[in-house]
Design a protein around this ligand. Structure first.
Ligand SMILES: N[C@@H](CCC(=O)N[C@@H](CS)C(=O)NCC(=O)O)C(=O)O
Length: 213
């Protein structure tokens, strides 16, 4: 078998998703550090985003596509349930997180903390404050979703949980979002429970260069 390369920066929540997927599946991989829009990424992703993947002659972009490939190429426990209803619910949560939760929590809120564009690197308070009311709603939605079983789908750990975990990891690091996590007890215990998995611990994002968190 050729080497499976996951190409991207380990700080990226989507790179983290793919790494956890490999680890859960028991698939050896090499992380090839690379930033968005670098030549090796641009060669694979039409819009220069990370992660991208190389496995022999197969190259892929987009975390969901990469996880599909890993799930169906290698032995190991399924990342997405094969049952049509549970599988569809897994896709539903992945889509909800990727189209609603990531854009608000990561692209707007986290970016305003880490990459405000201010010359002194200070957070963009206006963008943070604008995100907070909607974030409260998103946290409440997630809290309700995991209240019963501490999983997003059924009572097993699926790719839906893997896809959310790195976002919650970053939310736990920031002041306003960690307070929200504390106020949503089911989500907090869901996060603590799954972050203790060896796969999540091993793929924990390192700090952004030059930052504490
Ligand atoms: N839909 C993509 C999203 C990937 C993505 O947004 N990656 C970020 C890093 S977490 C990125 O490359 N950002 C650079 C950019 O948007 O220019 C996936 O699921 O892989």
């Amino acid at each position: 078998m050729p080497e499976l390369q996951i190409i991207g920066a380990p700080q990226s929540n989507y790179v983290c998703v793919v790494r956890i997927a490999c680890l859960e599946k028991g698939v050896p991989y090499t992380l090839v550090p690379s930033v968005p829009h670098s030549p090796e990424v641009d060669a694979i992703h039409a819009f220069g985003k990370i992660p991208v993947m190389r496995h022999g002659d197969v190259t892929l972009s987009e975390s969901r596509a990469i996880c599909f490939y890993i799930d169906h190429t290698f032995d190991g426990p399924p990342l997405a349930p094969r049952d049509p209803v549970q599988g569809a619910r897994t896709e539903e949560w992945i889509s909800l997180v990727n189209t609603h939760i990531d854009p608000l929590l990561v692209r707007q809120y986290l970016r305003a903390h880490f990459f405000s564009g201010a010359p002194d690197g200070s957070p963009d308070r206006a963008a943070i404050d604008a995100a907070l009311p909607k974030m409260e709603q998103h946290f409440a939605v997630l809290d309700r979703a995991v209240a019963k079983t501490s999983h997003l789908v059924g009572d097993t750990f699926t790719l839906a949980d893997i896809n959310l975990l790195p976002i919650l990891y970053y939310m736990d690091k920031m002041p306003e979002s960690s307070a929200m996590l504390r106020r949503n007890a089911s989500l907090r215990s869901y996060f603590d429970r799954h972050m203790s998995r060896p796969s999540a611990r091993e793929a924990t994002p390192p700090p952004f260069p030059g930052r504490q968190a």
